[in-house]
Design a protein around this ligand. Structure first.
Ligand code: KDG
Ligand code: MG
Length: 403
């Protein structure tokens, strides 16, 4: 079954998405997400200029061989651009395989290991009162797990707060990134206050998560983990920049609060030490940034050996094709932890039609053959790419800090 065409569509239905479409000689089409937020065109070029020409004429059924051919064949290994591009090819090929078999991809991965995939939504607010009403709104929608973020008093533009106009919360338009401010001293006493408020009001029957977005030093992370222990977070996410895997040994010495890491990881090598030394509890690598279904399953299999569960990144900058692919993996692996779900802003639904559903705090990929997402190229053409950057962060003295 020869691949006859592979093309890349960059569009902005609510936010920028890069979508790979692969077609076979018998007219079966597969889609994969190649979006790398803020660096979209680099992946589009990697695909268009380097991978699409290699795909034409290959056998669409040979997913593993194609993965190895693109990974080992590049010589230059790993990295977000390469691995996002390979992921898009991999997911599109799984989509084709499912369509040809007449089965949803999760059936090809071994079938459902559970009824549904627990997801967490994002509650946020400029004040704790706003956070609390957003938290209640999530409970009303049936969520069993909710991430909490609130503006830190004294800091402009705290990470993770949804603007009240419904716009996207991280990337700003324009020719330069927006600049945020950060100072750990302002945050470190505020986080326990935020958790105390939510637990006091809503009790312990709901999972509460929090993202530190790579901002603390290891010892600060140990301290915050310990301070939050009485409020039993489901996890604290990305406490420190995780390029330094050994830093997590220090955090572990100080706290039993579960740790989730990995949304910026691209390969199993980024988390090998974290997993095999049991330095984390949840691995957040995603289908679209960590080499597709083929490679993500390898990461989760390694994690399973060490009691580490999955907790895949699922922010809105991962397209519906990515979220659907994640659900097929989540449904079929033995060590699911939880799946992030932010949803997709209008008019994304004009471009992507999906078979997945989210109900009562749980998601299911649906039973459409393949990944269950159809991509409308004509509709996508109505929403041209808009250059946008993720923000950068500065400390109060002006030093550039992790965002
Ligand atoms: O593109 C960056 C976002 O995906 C990231 O900031 C979202 O941290 C994030 C999360 O946990 O969803
Ligand atoms: Mg995060």
């Amino acid at each position: 079954m020869k691949i006859t065409d592979a093309r890349v569509v960059v569009s902005c239905p609510g936010r920028n998405y890069v979508t790979l479409v692969i077609e076979t000689e018998d007219g079966v089409t597969g889609v994969g997400d190649a979006t790398l937020n803020g660096r979209e065109l680099a992946v589009a070029s990697y695909l268009e200029d380097h991978l699409c020409p290699l795909l034409k004429g290959r056998d669409a059924r040979r997913i593993e061989d194609t993965w190895q051919y693109l990974y080992k064949g590049a010589y230059w290994r790993r990295g977000p651009v390469t691995m996002t591009a390979i992921a898009a090819v991999d997911v599109a090929l799984w989509d084709i395989k499912g369509k040809v078999a007449g089965m949803p991809v999760y059936q090809l991965l071994g079938g459902a290991a559970r009824e549904g995939v627990m997801v967490y939504g994002h509650a946020s607010g400029d004040t704790l009162d706003e956070l609390s009403s957003d938290f209640q709104a999530h409970l009303d929608q049936g969520y069993k797990a909710v991430r909490i973020q609130a503006s830190v008093p004294g800091l402009d533009h705290t990470y993770g707060i949804a603007p009240s106009d419904g716009s996207v919360y991280e990337p700003a338009g324009g020719s330069r990134p927006q600049e945020d401010r950060w100072e750990t001293t302002a945050y470190i006493d505020f986080a326990p206050e935020m958790f105390a408020r939510i637990r006091k009001e809503f009790g312990y029957g709901v999972h509460v998560l929090h993202d530190l977005h790579h901002r603390l030093t290891p010892i600060e992370a140990g301290r915050i983990g310990r301070a939050l222990e009485p409020y039993r977070p489901f996890w604290i996410e990305d406490p420190t920049p995780a390029e330094d895997q050994s830093a997590f040994r220090l955090i572990r010495q100080h706290t039993t609060t579960p740790i989730a890491v990995g949304e910026v990881f691209n390969s199993i090598w980024d988390c090998q030490q974290l997993i095999t030394e049991r330095l984390i509890d949840y691995i957040r690598a995603s289908v679209s940034h960590a080499g597709g279904i083929t490679h993500l399953r390898r990461i989760f299999s390694l994690a399973d050996l060490y009691g580490v569960r999955s907790g895949s990144h699922g922010a809105g900058d991962l397209s519906p094709a990515s979220f659907a692919a994640a659900l097929h993996v989540d449904l079929s692996i033995p060590n699911l932890g939880i799946q992030e779900y932010m949803g997709h802003r209008s008019p994304a639904e004009e471009v992507f039609t999906s078979s997945y559903s989210v109900e009562d705090g749980h998601a299911h990929p649906g039973d459409a053959p393949g990944i269950g997402v159809e991509f409308d190229e004509e509709a996508a053409a109505r929403f041209p790419y808009e250059p946008r950057y993720l923000p950068i962060n500065r400390r109060l003295d002006g030093t550039v800090h992790d965002w």
